[in-house]
Design a protein around this ligand. Structure first.
Ligand code: PLP
Length: 444
């Protein structure tokens, strides 16, 4: 199995205090020491999936793994991925700056996005970002203009929409024709011709696509590779070019609940390399941009249980239990009806008899009825003060977090070999007002 096929971090065990521990750290003690809500990242799980990817693709020599930073971009996480030999797919100056300040060789960074601003493109050029994935005609012209002003050249890939529909949530599909991202295949000739004739400060190196996220069907990746390889060969022939880079994007799924069956990374590698060898004579350099599948499994979120209530629905009792976090630290359930698995850190499932499990709905603390973290989950009886551990929250939780209800964003700790280190400080009340200004006429 590869790490993305597990619900829990690979180091999750029940310790001799009958608590769940991750990375050798007792989760109840972590909650006491750092407070809740608390994001916890298990270093062994994170390094484990990085090695699964490197191992799976080891026979394909010319490959570069680019971690999709938008899944979770903090300096310590960047350092770990850099050590594991990953480059970085970035989508904003904030991500580019974080990677830069984390001492990454900027030639290993790719800048992606459908509406990069002039300021962001300038920063990316100034910091010598390795590749720009050019998304549209407007951006191609803008990037060429800025590069010309600076007297530099930008190495680019063309972001294509290959017209693939994969089975995932509508909002996280990106490869279909009706998408805000990229050039569709009918526009490729036009942009290629403009670049060759007019945009002398752009060096066209290859093509890029990303077909969606939380994908379980490997066939979608095979189809994508086929389309990209054919497109590269066609462009090369028609324009006498020698494009030899292909970015396949990310998208591999993870296991949020028992119902999810994500593929093994090894099988993903086989599908991609087979499609590559089947359709291509000159094997291009490949970039992969996994985000979710790299960081999701290594992360859990700890919450403290507070109030609860029971409602009588035509004789059926529904129990709500509220925790001290919710849609601001994990917007995915309210945004995509995303599902999660959870356990009580101080009452591990394996130690409680089956007939003592109860169906509960875990509610958040935010002022929205839709702030439900988990709808109907079977757990041992939950009481105020219990520590709830929600699994698989490493990706798209902290990176999508907000200060809704003016609540401080949680801290994040990295655990490894019984040691815990705070890698993101908990926001303070003063942090919350630190960007506010009061015009002098309103001061008191
Ligand atoms: C979001 C994104 C990724 C990462 O997707 P995951 O599903 O998290 O692996 C990779 N490439 C591009 C271009 C993206 O937009």
């Amino acid at each position: 199995m590869s790490v993305n096929q597990y619900i829990k971090p690979i180091t999750a065990v029940v310790n001799n205090k009958e608590h769940i521990s991750i990375g050798g750290c007792d989760l109840v003690e972590l909650a006491q020491k750092y407070g809740t809500p608390l994001y916890v990242i298990d270093e062994a799980t994170l390094r484990g999936i990085c090695r699964d990817y490197q191992e799976a693709f080891k026979n394909y020599k010319n490959i570069k793994m680019m971690y999709a930073s938008k899944a979770l971009c903090t300096s310590a996480v960047v350092r770990i991925l850099d050590e594991e030999g990953f480059g970085f797919d970035t989508v904003s100056s904030g991500e580019i700056y974080t990677v830069y300040k984390s001492c990454v060789d900027m030639s290993k960074v790719l800048f992606n996005g459908n509406n990069k601003t002039r300021k962001e493109l300038e920063l990316a050029l100034d910091l010598n970002v390795g590749r720009f994935s050019v998304d549209n005609f407007y951006e191609a012209e803008l990037l060429n203009t800025i590069a010309k002003e600076k007297g530099v050249n930008a190495d680019i890939l063309l972001r294509l929409t290959p017209g693939i529909e994969c089975h995932t949530h509508e909002y996280i599909q990106t490869g279909q024709i009706d998408s805000k991202f990229g050039f569709d295949l009918t526009q490729v000739d036009k942009i290629t011709e403009i670049i060759i004739k007019e945009y002398k400060n752009l060096n066209l190196k290859g093509v890029h696509a990303h077909i969606g996220s939380q994908i379980f069907e490997l066939k979608s990746f095979g189809d994508e590779v086929e389309i990209l390889v054919k497109e590269i060969s066609r462009i090369n022939q028609k324009y006498g070019l020698n494009l030899d880079e292909m970015n396949i994007g990310g998208g591999l799924g993870v296991k949020y609940t028992e119902n999810d069956c994500p593929p093994n990374v090894k099988d993903l590698a086989d599908v991609i390399t087979e499609a590559m060898h089947k359709y291509s004579v000159n094997i291009p350099k490949i970039y992969l941009e996994p985000g979710r599948s790299i960081i999701s499994t290594s992360g859990v979120t700890l919450y403290t249980v507070g109030s609860s209530k029971e409602v009588n629905l035509d004789g059926k009792i529904k129990r709500y239990v509220a925790v001290d976090g919710g849609m601001a630290d994990n917007p995915r359930p309210s945004m995509y009806q995303a599902q999660y698995s959870a356990e009580i850190a101080n009452k591990p499932d394996s130690l409680v008899k089956n007939d003592l499990f109860q169906k509960v709905t875990i509610a958040g603390r935010y002022c929205e009825s839709g702030d439900i973290l988990i709808n109907e989950i079977e757990l041992p009886h939950l009481e105020a003060g219990d520590i709830l551990c929600v699994y698989n929250t490493g990706a798209y939780n902290y990176s999508m977090a907000s200060n809704y209800n003016r609540v401080e964003k949680p801290a994040m700790v990295l655990v490894n070999s019984s040691q815990s280190d705070m890698i993101v400080n908990r926001e303070s009340l003063d942090d919350l007002i630190s960007h506010d200004n009061i015009p002098s006429r309103l001061r008191k």
